[in-house]
Ligand binder design. Structure first.
Ligand SMILES: [Zn+2]
Length: 297
């Protein structure tokens, strides 16, 4: 059992949205213990408390929303917050999409490490997977099974393409995330891009924030950051999707060709079956912490 954490100081950043192509300013702020992850659309004056129920769309990216106000492409930031164990944070933005940055989590890791992380008084709850929960759909598969740590086994198969079959098995913690996962970028196929853009998607997509694949290899001049960068990015996305419960996880996530949609269905299925999980109870605290930022230097 560990204590909750937040940022030491606010972070300001800006960038473009992958799907909208619009510039967005974003501010990540420290927040009180037990407040969780809260997004605030400053331009609409709407607050969205993150939960599995706040997910309103999973086409190509994970979109959260409330009262018709949405925030798109939250998964890379959420993945980073989960892996770096930032439990309480107030995220302000003027716009409807999280900046894509370089298509990976590496810029978020850098910004959060620079701002500093501080431990708070309250303990963090953990969801413990007690029995297997599975979802199968159109040849895709996602499951959570019991394990004594949070780990992922992910397989992808893009037959007849440069990507081919890739598989990775990894326990997920701050170190493995930073080293093995955080730098893996979003990817897409050149042949899909025209179609996506005609449907007003991927408008901000470019070789600066995505790996683009054609029949022969990658279009980008820079080399891949990992030989199997594609499956690693799928793991990055899955961590973001699984983090939406706001709980640490003890369990093994197994996926074959899964995506945001299946991941969200899997979480909802887990939560709907009370015999499939247990939430580790916090030790009671005697005194509430007054200060947010003790321990920051
Ligand atoms: Zn992604």
């Amino acid at each position: 059992m560990r204590k909750q954490r937040t940022l030491c100081s606010p972070i300001k950043a800006s960038g473009i949205g992958l799907h909208t192509g619009r510039k967005v300013e974003i501010e990540l702020n420290p927040a009180k213990e037990n407040s969780g992850i809260v997004f605030y659309r400053e331009d609409k004056d709407v607050e969205i408390q993150l939960s599995e129920k706040s997910v309103v769309d999973t086409q190509l990216a994970t979109t959260i929303g409330k009262d018709g106000v949405v925030i798109k492409t939250v998964e890379h930031l959420l993945s980073t917050l989960f892996a770096l164990r930032i439990d309480n944070i107030f995220i302000k933005l003027k716009g409807d999409e999280i900046p894509i940055m370089d298509g990976s989590s590496a810029p978020w890791v850098y910004l959060i490490k620079t701002a500093g992380i501080v431990e708070q008084e309250a303990y963090k709850k953990t969801i413990i997977v007690k029995k297997p929960v599975k979802i199968k759909e159109n040849g895709k598969f996602a499951a959570l099974i019991p394990s004594n740590q949070f780990e992922i086994s992910y397989s992808i198969s893009f037959s007849n393409t440069f990507i081919g079959k890739q598989r990775m098995d990894l326990p997920i913690n701050e170190n493995t995330f930073i080293k093995e996962i955080s730098k893996a970028r979003t990817f897409g196929f050149l042949k899909d891009i025209e179609y996506l853009q005609s449907h007003n998607l991927a408008l901000g997509g470019s070789l600066d924030n995505a790996v683009v694949v054609d029949e022969y290899g990658i279009v980008n001049e820079d080399p891949l950051r990992y030989e199997d960068e594609f499956v690693r990015h799928k793991i990055l996305d899955a961590i973001g999707d699984l983090s939406i419960l706001g709980l640490d996880m003890k369990g093994k996530y197994i996926a074959y060709k899964s995506g945001h949609n299946l991941n969200n269905k899997l979480l909802r299925k887990l939560i709907s079956d009370k015999s499939a999980y247990e939430i580790a109870i916090n030790p009671t605290r005697e005194k509430k912490a007054e200060s947010l930022a003790w321990g920051c230097v």
